[in-house]
Design a protein around this ligand. Structure first.
Ligand code: PAF
Length: 277
């Protein structure tokens, strides 16, 4: 198992990246099995596999958990090595934001960035899309892999890549789950034992929604909402959309998305489903 090359600056990255085709998995570290799946998925998609580890300050609003976000570089490096990563790009804040965090040029997420997560975290997606654009500019990948767990993020990154002609193939990977269905997330470690049990109701709600799919939208939302209610979880949102986050249409593929705070952590999950006509 080869240890990945660690690059901390643009020059080190350019030297490590080489001229071959590049697949890329951007992360904020605290890697879990979900990230490992992304890395394994990305491995055969390029000759060189680059993973980035950067806790991006601009996607956290004041008072959110930027400081508390887990930072576990050494175990992360081991996971990267196991997954066949060639280069770990772990830049400093000044490398990513040379003119400071108030840089005036940013990526505007457009209207899709102000619904769902964007309604709760109004500056979040501007920070995500801006750092992803910077990472793309530095790493210059041919393909980049993101998890479906953050479905709105994945959708916005796809739109941005297409609308700004970034020339990068964006690939989504299915959510990896714990045995009881909880979607893997770096923030799950902040759940107490009781909250961890309660949190399993989030994916159970999605499964109930999928089962109710043939009966139509209202049945889906009622079935999923009942599971959350029974677990004493009040969602920030529980919504049914089309796969592109527009209005859901009967008789077609849809997406059911939920976000809820369980204790301190805010947990997100979603699933594909088919709606009855
Ligand atoms: O999903 C994440 O870990 C982050 O939002 C990302 C895409 C690495 C940007 O900081």
């Amino acid at each position: 198992m080869a240890t990945p090359t660690i690059a901390r600056t643009r020059a080190e990255l350019v030297a490590a990246r080489g001229g071959s085709s590049v697949s890329f998995v951007p992360t904020m570290g605290a890697l879990h099995d979900g990230h490992v799946q992304l890395l394994k998925h990305a491995r055969p998609l390029g000759e060189t596999l680059v993973a980035s580890i950067f806790v991006n300050p601009t996607q956290f609003a004041p008072g959110e958990d930027f400081e508390a976000y887990p930072r576990t570089f050494d175990p992360d490096l081991e996971r990267c090595a196991e997954a066949g990563v060639d280069v770990v790009f772990a830049p400093t804040v000044p490398t990513m934001y040379p003119t400071g965090l108030d840089a005036t040029v940013t990526v505007d997420p457009g209207p899709l960035g102000s619904i769902l997560e964007g309604a709760v975290r109004p500056t979040h997606f501007r920070g995500v899309l801006t750092v992803v654009a910077k990472l793309f500019g530095l790493v210059r990948p041919d393909v980049a892999v993101f998890g479906e767990k953050d479905y709105q993020q994945l959708t916005l990154i796809r739109h941005t890549a297409s609308e700004l002609a970034q020339g990068i193939d964006i690939v989504g990977c299915p959510t990896v789950r714990e045995a009881d269905g909880l979607a893997m997330s770096s923030r799950n470690r902040f759940l107490s034992a009781a909250e961890r049990q309660q949190a399993a109701a989030i994916s159970a709600a999605l499964r109930a929604g999928v089962a109710a799919g043939p009966a139509g939208s209202s049945a889906v939302l009622a079935a999923a909402g009942a599971v959350l209610d029974a677990a004493d979880i009040t969602p920030d949102y529980l919504v049914l959309t089309d796969p592109d986050l527009g209005a859901a249409t009967p008789g077609t593929e849809a997406r059911l998305l939920v976000a809820a705070r369980v204790g301190t952590p805010r947990l997100l999950d979603n699933t594909a489903l088919r709606l009855g006509a």
